[in-house]
Design a protein around this ligand. Structure first.
Ligand code: FES
Length: 74
């Protein structure tokens, strides 16, 4: 099973062994660590991967999922 977890004010963390990350042309990135953390703050120097820069820039994510579904809250 694969899961994508949004870290509070941080990256998207993808857990699952059968996951690849590909660029716009379909070329896969080398995955050097798992779980995979994808940047969603835009500040990483290792895009599309998170390098921890979200802490330095004080990234604040919008809301969270509603307890009963997929609609965003906040
Ligand atoms: S989310 Fe971590 S560097 Fe962007």
């Amino acid at each position: 099973m694969t899961s994508i977890r949004l870290r509070r004010n941080g990256p998207l963390v993808i857990e699952g062994d059968d996951v690849t990350v590909v660029d716009w042309s379909g070329t896969p990135y080398e995955i050097t660590r798992r779980p995979i953390a994808l940047c969603r703050c835009g500040a990483s120097a290792r895009k599309p991967f998170c390098d921890g820069s979200h802490r330095r820039v004080g990234f604040q994510a919008d809301g969270a999922a509603a307890p009963d579904g997929d609609a965003p809250v906040g």
